[in-house]
Design a protein around this ligand. Structure first.
Ligand code: ACO
Length: 329
């Protein structure tokens, strides 16, 4: 048996915000942003494009590639920290837009690691419950909504976008592969490092929280940087050891696209050749839960993956959460 990815899709909003545009908004420079982060531009969604709309556009492409209809879906999981509304889930809103009324739907919150968490959870559900034959997983963010456009420490980093995959349960004797191994991890003692302080049950929205700009994302970048490199590399080594696959056999390492220096440091620690490390952070910045799945879709659609290839995904984000999945295509 194998749980295979049979369709991928992504959607990036049309509007491009360049480093030069940001120079006019905060005290920064194209040179600082490119050398410290590797980012040149990012996408910003329109006012009438909430996360569910970005998710819809990515999902339709994945469903089309999988040659399915929305009613074939048994599960829809949306990984996001920028849901349309506090409740109901964005997955339910998306279900309605798709007309996928045979699916059970829920959101998953693990920040930038959300897509990796979703893959492992859906893999487990599909492996144990015969009712689940087709699942749709989306990583989507409209981070522009929670970005403080007056804070140069963070506003240069983030962008909007969505990626989607369709998983299918295959039961034939040649249907090996799929998700071979996963390592999911969290350490809540670092929960203050990346946060949106207000708007939840701890500090409800008030005129004061709005005045104090407490509804925007704040981050202690340097601390996050150090933890990210070490934990992503260790998680990758962990899943490779579990699946008894050597790093030299991996066709693609797809790391979370937060910062080019982090991506390169993880690649160096794993001793994987640079050309096998997928990079698109220059185009989109950090799209949190969407980043790894957008990259996966770009690789698939450019024909750079063949049956039997090993693909290693790794991510790190607020929580803190981190992890890795090893896939066999
Ligand atoms: N333009 C110009 N100068 C800036 C800017 C900017 N946009 N931002 C910060 N600076 C300044 C700082 O004020 C500081 O100045 P000072 O030395 O006078 O105090 C100087 O540049 C250096 O700042 P650092 O924070 O030390 O810069 P660093 O090299 O660490 O880069 C960055 C910052 C890019 C945020 C980096 O730490 C990083 O990428 N961290 C990890 C982020 C990450 O991986 N996040 C993942 C999770 S996100 C999520 O879950 C949603």
């Amino acid at each position: 048996m194998g749980i295979k990815i049979i369709g991928t899709g992504s959607y990036l909003p049309e509007r491009i915000l360049t480093n030069r545009d940001l120079e006019k908004m905060v005290d920064t420079s194209d040179e600082w942003i490119r050398t410290r982060t590797g980012i040149s531009e990012r996408r910003i969604s329109a006012d009438n494009e909430p996360s569910s709309e970005l998710a819809l556009k990515a999902s339709l492409k994945a469903i089309e590639m999988a040659k399915l209809k929305p009613e074939d879906l048994d599960l829809i999981v949306v990984a996001t920290i920028t849901q349309d509304r506090i409740t109901p889930s964005t997955a339910c809103i998306l279900q309605n837009k798709l007309g996928a009324f045979n699916a059970a739907c829920f959101d998953l919150q693990a920040a930038c690691t959300g897509f990796l968490y979703s893959l492992e959870i859906v893999n487990a559900l599909m492996s144990t419950n015969p009712k689940y034959k087709h699942a749709l997983i989306i990583g989507v963010e409209k981070l522009s909504m929670i970005t403080d456009w007056k804070d140069r420490n963070t506003c240069v980093l983030f962008g909007d976008g969505a990626g989607a995959v369709i998983l299918e349960k295959r039961t034939g004797k040649h249907d090996i592969g799929g998700i071979l191994a996963s390592r999911l991890a969290s350490n809540g003692s670092f929960n203050e490092l990346i946060k949106v302080p207000a708007g939840g049950s701890e500090i409800p929205t008030s005129a004061e929280t709005i005045k104090k700009r407490m509804h925007f994302l704040s981050m202690e970048g340097q601390e996050v940087f150090k933890l990210a490199v070490n934990e992503m590399a260790k998680a990758c080594q962990d899943v490779l050891a579990t699946a008894k696959v050597d790093i030299s056999e991996v066709r693609w390492l797809i790391p979370h696209q937060a910062n080019l220096r982090i991506i390169k440091a993880v690649g160096n620690k794993l001793e994987i050749p640079e050309e096998k490390v997928y990079i698109n952070v220059h185009k989109y910045g950090n799209t949190s839960a969407a980043s790894v799945v957008i990259a996966l879709d770009e690789i698939v659609r450019s024909g750079k993956l063949d049956r039997g290839d090993y693909v290693l995904l790794t991510a790190f984000g607020a929580g803190i959460t981190w992890g890795a999945n090893l896939l066999r295509w």
